[in-house]
Design a protein around this ligand. Sequence first.
Ligand code: UGA
Length: 463
Amino acid sequence: MKVCVVGTGYVGLTTSVSLAFLGHDTTCIDLDNQKIDTLRGGHCPIYEPHLEALLEQASSHLTFTTEYAVGVPDADVVFIAVQTPQLDNGNPDLQYLRSAAESVAQHLRGDFTVVVNKSTVPIGSGNWVDAILREAYERHHGHRPDGRFAVASNPEFLREGTALADTLYPDRIVIGSDNQKSLDLLNQLYRPILNQSFTPPTVLPRPAGMSAVPLVSTDLASAELIKYAANAFLALKISYINEIAAIAGKVGADVREVARGTGLDARIGPRFLNPGIGWGGSCFGKDTAALIATASEYHLPTPIVTAARDVNHRQRTKVVDRLLDELHIIKGRKVGILGLAFKPDTDDLRDSPAIDIANLLLERGARITLHDPVAANRFRREQPTLAEHLADRVEDVFDDADAIVVATEWSHYRDLDWAKFAPTMRSPLVLDGRHCLDADRLTEIGYRYLTMTAPAIPPRSQT
Ligand code: UGA
């Protein structure tokens, strides 16, 4: 099929590369010349494992352009995957979506095109985009569209860092439209994934036991709400385990065992029960805020989602409280933060807990040193003030430090030569904000080991 994708962010680019890999002729449009030049040169403007390799493999089916006129006119399906950043009132900013929809409408030429909202948009946006498309179409073509297009929602469930695997091997595909022809076209587009009939890329083998993928084919509003309901549920699962972790810390229970024992109940499930400093990223914060904003338009209270946000926010200040418990004074202390990306295997810094934690520590008078194996360059661009505290070498984070906070569970940090660094610290204290380190090993080599909740484990030599 002929596909056009507007926007080359995480969602747009992953969708384009995956669809091209499946054999669909895919045109990616972005108004950013620099991004398009990078992509034409075979490189990815974002860090996402395997994306560059697959881009090369699928290159014969990929076109990159800044012109709507190149991809839209003969497309069967146009995906709009532009950014929808959060406004101060909690709602997403839809200006990019509006201008993308207007440009798409101007260039629609085919007999029938499905225009798919791939960006996470408030419930009801499908109708809004439909109205924009109609108006722009009529203005530009001088006649009514007369059924030449229909709007569909196809929410994305990919996680940064595993975006391609999530796209090629999803738990489900959700498509929503009030137009049956659109649902049929999308069903056809995704058939290789639904049937798992494609030959897997060598870098991403099909998970063992994976067969057909369930399809949820529904109306527009339901598809839109599914996205928010799923993200909010995942977010509250994390906040729930963080609330339980606080209780576990007080009663002397091991929260990881509690999470395991709870998650093995098939009704609950083991994933997204990792306790720690909580969620960050561009999705959970934004989507929970948008869900609350939508509900409030209908005068509906959302105590559960609101509480999940509060708990998550509190985790960030708790890092400082935990350090205070151990160091007693923060002012003048040198604290190193390992990991700036909101999670490993991405260089995305949006709403990253590490940024709030760094600022809170500075407010309390601490000296900080920051490190990330992948996101440091992006950090320099996006956080120029905090970037003054970046260390190029991980050893500089440890040198003379009173404490180390692990904020992102990069495997790089797990594999560090921790024994070599302990003697270089003023006091070898580690706050493992992600439960990713081996507590036994660290305490054996002289560290005081701290998590977000449990009492500090002293070094073995002192026990
Ligand atoms: C999330 C969802 O998982 C995707 O399904 C969805 O498509 C995406 O948002 C989106 O709306 O675009 P993402 O934000 O990329 O994906 O990352 P996650 O893997 O969900 O992690 C989010 C945050 O939760 C990270 O900061 C992570 O460290 C944290 N987390 C995750 C925990 O603290 N504990 C856990 O058990 C799991």
